[in-house]
Design a protein around this ligand. Structure first.
Ligand code: AMP
Length: 266
């Protein structure tokens, strides 16, 4: 409260904890743009489906707080699930354009849970700006739309995907991969890069790119592809023709039981 009246810009990085370098890069971006940085750690029950990994989602708050301190975070906000949601909670935010398709088709209710908790967090933290990772491109699109549609007084900042040296997008779920799966995992990003090359070489047909990606991932039956989407970068809705700079290629695929997502701009 005092910080705000002192005219300090407040930057906010919402997370579900189990922090890795990808999260900490968002902190770096927030620090560049704001005077005070708040990180929230909250494994949000309403964004997990009944058969998803809410119970076994990794939780390591002590280590997370330490990482935040080392990276120069000013405030860590880690509400308790039981306390953050009122017992008779009954209000949800439904974004109905960007949340359709891609992950929205396979994780019903997920973006409703995300939009709701992010608005709740915004109302408690009251940041000037909030940083989200492009790793979850559809999430950023949904939140941008919510902020615009509902006049939420927060600037949404998108930070690039942080990757391991071999290209695998960093994720708290990567730890579920066996050594063998971990070796295969970079193929996801390599396949997306190959699609970028095809578009550079002149390919404009979304269907051709989708087929190229699905075929490359399916080879050797390593990945079980959930979706390959070629979509408008703002609305997340499918396009037939690729418009370089305005089109996103997004994939979700399983390696064993672990679901990986990744995306690139075409
Ligand atoms: P999560 O804890 O998975 O909910 O993620 C919290 C925030 O960190 C979200 O804005 C994610 O998009 C972002 N994030 C997670 N992994 C990465 C990554 N590899 N690169 C960039 N941002 C990421």
């Amino acid at each position: 409260m005092q910080l705000r009246t002192q005219g300090k810009l407040i930057g906010f990085v919402p997370t579900m904890g189990s922090l890795h370098e990808g999260h900490l890069r968002l902190v770096d971006v927030a620090k560049e743009k704001a005077d005070v940085v708040v990180v929230s750690i909250f494994v949000n029950p309403t964004q997990f489906g009944p058969n998803e990994d809410f119970e076994k989602y990794p939780r390591e708050e002590t280590a997370d707080v330490e990482k935040c301190e080392q990276r120069g975070v000013d405030i860590v906000f880690a509400p308790d699930a039981g306390e953050f949601y009122a017992t008779n909670f009954s209000t949800f935010v439904n974004e109905e354009l960007c949340s359709r398709g891609l992950c929205g088709d396979f994780r019903p209710g997920h973006f409703r849970g995300v939009a709701t908790v992010v608005l709740m967090l915004f109302n408690v933290v009251r940041p000037d700006l909030a940083v989200f990772g492009k790793k979850d491109a559809q999430q950023v699109a949904v939140l941008r739309k919510m902020v615009g549609d509902l006049f939420v007084p927060v600037t949404v900042v998108e930070a690039p995907i942080a990757r391991e040296e071999d290209g695998l997008a960093m994720s708290s779920r990567n730890r579920y991969l066996s050594a063998e799966q971990r070796k295969l995992a970079p193929r996801l990003h390599a396949t997306l890069q190959a699609a970028v090359e095809s578009v550079r070489a002149g390919e404009r047909r979304a269907k051709a790119v989708q087929e190229q990606v699905a075929a490359a991932l399916g080879e050797g039956e390593a990945f079980r592809v959930q979706y390959v989407g070629v979509v408008d970068a703002e609305t997340m809705q499918p396009v037939e023709e690729i418009a370089p700079g305005r089109t996103l290629l997004a994939v979700a695929a399983f390696l064993g039981a672990t679901r990986l997502i990744d995306n690139v701009d075409l």
